[in-house]
Design a protein around this ligand. Structure first.
Ligand SMILES: N[C@@H](CCC(=O)N[C@@H](CS)C(=O)NCC(=O)O)C(=O)O
Length: 212
């Protein structure tokens, strides 16, 4: 019998939600370990043996200990090609990776600056209080990144044509700034894409598990 993938995640965690979304999209059975970062569980020696950063998410599968949500997602997609979460060509896969790096290195850091100020759910759970000046800087950065996404999404439903990990990568943090009232109206293709992403059954299940 094949062993189930096991995901360690926390409530109200956008990065956890990225991997939970992928697991639900894949349709596979998986084992859930919900950790409470406030109880010290994520800093325990046992958990740090899985993720030395003591952060969530992390995945354990048949001897593999993996952290970083996008690396976890890549592994799930490669292990389960039948879920069609990646293009089959090397060129297509490289293009998807480009969007995943763009999200991790640019879009998410800007979103974090914004939602720390605008998201009451993040402030309450993570006990944070954002800096309005930093949020303004985040909005300035988004004004540089969103036209790139807008242009890629004009006349297509998904970043690489078919739905893929490229799209999954953006759902949690764009949803969090959206919930906080971020104005997407100058970017109609991004707005429509985000609506499509958030309407997916797998995202609805992710919301229930991670944010409700
Ligand atoms: N780049 C990492 C970020 C992981 C991360 O920062 N997770 C947050 C929750 S969303 C966390 O564990 N924060 C608690 C901490 O920093 O100790 C990923 O994509 O997995």
């Amino acid at each position: 019998m094949r062993r189930l993938m096991e995901l360690y995640f926390s409530h109200t965690s956008g990065n956890s939600a990225r991997s939970v979304f992928t697991l639900f999209e894949s349709g596979i059975a998986w084992k859930r370990h919900r950790l409470d970062p406030h109880s010290g569980e994520t800093q325990s020696a046992e958990y740090r043996a899985i993720n030395p950063m003591g952060k969530v998410p992390a995945l354990v599968h048949e001897g593999l200990l993996l952290w970083e949500s996008n690396a976890i997602n890549w592994f799930i997609a490669q292990k389960h090609p039948e879920a069609r979460l990646l293009p089959t060509s090397i060129e297509g896969q490289a293009a998807v990776q480009r969007w995943m790096f763009f999200q991790g290195a640019h879009v998410t850091p800007a979103c974090i600056l914004i939602f720390r100020v605008t998201s009451s759910r993040m402030q309450a759970f993570w006990k944070i209080k954002g800096d309005p000046q930093a949020a303004e800087q985040g909005r300035k950065e988004m004004a540089r990144y969103l036209p790139v996404l807008e242009s890629a999404l004009t006349n297509r439903d998904w970043l690489e044509g078919e739905f893929s990990l490229a799209d999954v990568a953006y759902a949690p943090h764009l949803w969090l700034i959206d919930e906080g009232g971020f104005d997407f109206s100058p970017y109609p293709a991004v707005r429509a894409w985000l609506n499509r992403l958030l309407a997916r059954d797998a995202w609805q299940k992710t919301m229930q598990l991670v944010f409700q």
